[in-house]
Ligand binder design. Sequence first.
Ligand SMILES: [Zn+2]
Length: 294
Amino acid sequence: MNLAATEELARLGHLYPAVILHGRKAEDRQAAALRLARTLLCEAERSARPCGSCKHCSRIVWPSAKSDAFHADFRVLERDLKTSTSVAATKAFLQDAQVAPFEARGQVFVLASAESLTGGAANALLKTLEEPHISAPRHFLLLSPSQFDLLATVRSRSLAVFLGVSEAEFTEEMEALAESFAVCVRGFMSSGSILQLLAGADVLSRVSSWKDPRDATAWSQAAAIARRCCDLVESRGSRGLLNLAEQMLGGWQSRVRGIQAQRILEAMVVEALAPLAPKGETRDIRLVRSVNGG
Ligand SMILES: [Zn+2]
């Protein structure tokens, strides 16, 4: 699930009560939480949410010493200890979730470093998630570098929204893979041979471990490589590569349905990049059909 789709659920009033915002940097996760909170509490008409200027939107800001803006129905719990978020602080925070909203149609509670919840704190959160809300929608946004830093019991009750890999995670190894991938894409753009695309899919499959079918990390790394490749091939390749990157971010959903990662990568690469063949002609199509059993 990506952020845009999650915002749409929020507009329709169909958002899960607990959402994990993971990936990218802490500031990106905070920005995503603010955007989602505004979408949930904004008073503009649905399609215009978040408007950014109503009495709710304008006061939903990240707490800081510099600003005295405050919204009673938007709460943030920051890590209170050096390396963890304590049980006491978490319980006190969750107490506020037991009362009805003060001024908005719902409430939003943000756990800024959900990965740092102690076992007791995570259990207190779970207990709250299991209770039905009292009168108005109540949302919890759990911010964490990776969803896998959270307890499985918390994950299973939450919608995980992956914001992407942080730029700092674009390693030298990925750079080398991007260069190999670019060689395949260039080869296809000049020859039209599908074999080049299959070789490209094979390069992408080397990004990291594909063991856990629910893990979005390998997909986001493969997507980052496709995006990087835009700088390495002639510009007419950019559109297909960006489409490919977008598709791959959701690749884990097909894997959860039991399809092998390699097959998904091949299908996505061929579909997104086939239009880049010289004069739109592709060779070896029959070969691909037999490889994919079609
Ligand atoms: Zn608004």
